[in-house]
Each structure stands twice: as C-alpha cells, then as structure tokens.
Design a protein around this ligand. Sequence first.
Ligand code: GMT
Length: 383
Amino acid sequence: MRIGMTCYPSAGGSGVVATELGRQLERRGHVIHFISYDQPFRLHDFTRNVSYHQVEVPTYPLFKYPPYLLALANKMAEVALYEQLDILHVHYAIPHAASAYLARQMLASRNKGRARRLRFVTTLHGTDITLVGSEPSFSEMVAFTINQSDGVTAVSESLRLETMETFSLTREIVTIPNFIDPDEYRREASPEDRRALADDDEKLILHVSNFRPVKRVDAVVQIFARVAREIKARLLMVGDGPDLPLARREAERLGVADRVTFLGQQEEVAGLFSVADLLLLPSEKESFGLVALEAMACGVPVIASRVGGLPEVVGDKQAGFLYPPERVDRMAKKAAQLLRDESKHRKAAIAARRRAIGQFSASRIVPQYEEFYRRVLARPPEV
Ligand code: GMT
C-alpha cells in the first residue's frame, strides 16, 4: 500500500508511534510518506520507500495564528495526488483529522468522482480526547472529524470507551494498542553506561515525559524523596516541558536536589531504560503510557497511576504496581520495597519484559493496522 502518515514530529508518544509504525510498515513492503511541519524526531534512517514532505505555512501580517491546518490539508492533497496514496493515516485528531477531511474533499471535487477516493484513518492518542479535544472550543470539530474519518482507532480500550462517552459518535472505534520493537527495546546495560549516571551502590529511578501538568512531575520528586530516605538512590528525569522548573523547585524543597539528575530531551531512551531499576509514572491521566511499555521491554518494573490505559499496559502486581495518582505514599513504599528485595525486583523485571513482548511487540500489532487499512479500503466510499 502507499500510505501517508501525519503526526506531531516533536518528542511525544503519538509522534513516536507514528514514526515507528511507518518504519515497520516499510519493512513489510509498503511505501510511506510522512507529512508534517518537521521531520519526525526519531526518523533518521531514510530508505527509498520512506519519504518526508514538509508543510510550509506562509506568514502574513494579517495572520495572528498561522493557518497550519489549511497548509497541511493542501500538502496532504498534493502528496496524495502525486504519490498516488491509497490511504492517509493521521495521528492525534487535532488538527490532523480536520486537515485530512479537507484534503479528501478537495480531491473528491477535483476528481469529480472519476479517480479513486482518498481514505483517511484517524488514531486517537489521548489528550486529543481527554484534555484538549473535550474543550468546548474543539469538541464539535473533534466529533465531526471522528465521524467523517473512514476508520478510527484508539490506542487503548480505556480511550475508546472514554471517546464514546465524551462525544456523540456514529463511527465505530477499534482499539489497536501501541507497540515496541523488542530488538530495539531490550536490556543492553553496560557497567560503563550505568557508571556514567549513578554510583555503583545507588539504585537508579527513572522518569521520562514531556513535563506537562498531566504528568505530575512534582509527585515524581515526592515519591523519590521518600524512597531516598530509606535507600541510596538517584532520580533521572528525562525530557523537557513547562513543569521542569516545578520539578527542580520540588527537589530543592525536599532536600534531594543533589540526588536528582535532569537530563533534558533524549533521543536514545532505550539505553537509559537499560540502566534503570525502576520507572515512575504517577500521571493524572494516561491513555496508554508508551514510556511504561518501553521501560518494561527493557526489563524495568513500573510504578504508576491506576488511570486510563495503564492497567491494560502494565497489568498489576507483576510487571508493575498501580495506585491512585494521589497515593504517592503507597507508590514510594512499594518502590523502596522492590528496590530493597533483589529477588522480587528480578521477578518483576522478567515479568515486565515478558508482558511487553508477549502482548505489545510490533510483529503482533502492526499487522492489525494493515488489516484495518484493508478493511477500510474494501468498504465502498460513503460520500
Ligand atoms: O501526553 C501528551 O499529551 C502527548 C501525547 C503524545 O502525543 O505523545 O501522549 C498521548 O499519546 C501517547 C501515545 O499513544 C500515549 O502513550 C500517552 O499515554 C498519551 N498521553 C496521555 O494520555 C496524557
């Protein structure tokens, strides 16, 4: 198939999933065209069958807000036409599904029904529904573009159900979970790598996110501070975002600043998971929690909130342990327990890797997308 793929190219789970999906589909013989304002941040290895089309948004003094949605629609239509796309897959509904809808309508009117019709599939990732999408300023548009999509997927069953509850929808939503490549995400810890980040007798606790309020990075530091009272440990904070100063202040306030390392944005996270002993993810909401899956695949047990799709990803009490988001006390107690007990920790680490590759490996999930595209393409066009 010839597949167009649109996502946010900056660091973030939805962009990572889209990029990885494109790469995996290319390996399975498909031709992939990424369409976005920047090159997706983990897309380095171009091949003949993966290309990237940049969306340029012209500036004009009249535009207080540059009309990206329109420029994207224009580029989608152009790429679909000249690259003979069979299907366009957009990740994150806002504004990508609206642009895809416009592109499809533009091509339909251009073709006057003669040429084959572009179909588009929308994958919902989470905050496009649970936070931003349900805002009154967006909700009607999100519902409309979901209903207008030729196919819609959600990254967890929890997100699928929440979407159905939030919007009045006529379109069926299919759950296709996120995935990892088990060869890329595996534990390959070298003692030197670990020594570069922590002392030999320090346990290494990791948090990776975009440091938005929904991630509760202050709670990460609070959990760590409690653990650090009991065992020698270091917290590695990976990523960047608006709440980074909050995390720093919290570390100062709790007197653990010298035990917290802020690494900023990192591309090669698999290497970091490989040296970590535990991942903390006390988010307020998390439709899937890709970072938990990546950590698990590298044999890192997870302590996280029991919210959204996390129970589907982590399970409970084997590969990881889930608590209500506000129970930082219980998360800290469990973290300390696990880090102190080597045999329990090893069992959890093995269960984490087993669950990640058993349920979420690319070879299991990517064919579900291929099958979904085929089903969408086999249906007669609706408009
Ligand atoms: O967290 C965000 O706001 C960004 C968004 C993204 O684009 O990465 O994250 C969502 O999509 C990820 C990929 O499917 C999921 O793993 C995250 O759980 C989800 N974030 C939330 O639901 C908060």
